[in-house]
Design a protein. Structure first.
Length: 206
């Protein structure tokens, strides 16, 4: 029997996650059964259960993959000299999330799925831990980026790096929630809004 390549295994795993994500976004976590996922991806139960033991595994994997994708964008930005400013970086990250890099979903569907993941953490301890780990990783990546801003002379050192990290993460989360609830949350709007706030002279308004 021919061995299955790792590339094939990875592609199959992503196919399953993409189908599950579409189901969850459409019907919610509790309104989606494993049979729904099987039908969506067109695979047998054995093929799917080879990768995931059930819905909880699927939800945790979707959350983990989304966090890793976003965290990687922050980490890569920190390596640039000078690093992109927050308006540019957050616009870039949201475009990556909203424009098909997360399971090929349209923007509002993707945002709705992310908000559902957040809500599910309130009742699912395993998912809450995965989300907390992802959040901690993102804060560390942003703190590293703040260090890069300071080294490039772009940011003062009188505010703790973690304060900046948490504020920027909250900004991205808020924009995702706006898109899920109301639609029309264009990354360009976020960029322009942040650029306007960044242009304020604190000495003149204090």
């Amino acid at each position: 029997m021919a061995r299955v390549s790792q590339e094939h295994l990875d592609a199959r795993r992503r196919q399953i996650l993409a189908g599950a994500a579409r189901c969850f976004a459409r019907n919610g976590f509790h309104g989606t059964s494993m049979q729904d996922v099987l039908k969506e991806v067109g695979l047998s139960a054995g093929a799917v259960y080879r990768y995931f033991a059930g819905k909880e595994d699927l939800i945790a994997a979707i959350a983990d993959e989304a966090f890793r994708s976003i965290r990687r964008a922050f980490e890569e930005a920190a390596e640039l000299t000078p690093p992109p400013t927050p308006d540019v970086l957050l616009g870039r990250v949201l475009r990556g999330v909203f424009e098909g890099q997360v399971y090929g979903m349209e923007r509002r569907t993707c945002a709705a799925l992310i908000v559902q993941v957040w809500a599910e953490t309130l009742r699912n301890d395993r998912l809450a831990k995965a989300l907390a780990d992802g959040y901690t990783g993102m804060r560390a990546a942003w703190a590293k980026l703040v260090d890069a801003y300071r080294a490039a002379g772009l940011m003062h050192s009188d505010v703790p790096a973690d304060d900046v990290a948490r504020t920027m993460i909250a900004t991205a989360q808020g924009f995702m929630a706006q898109e899920a609830l109301f639609g029309g949350a264009e990354p360009d709007v976020l960029e322009r809004g942040l650029r306007g706030l960044m242009s304020m002279d604190a000495q003149k308004v204090s």
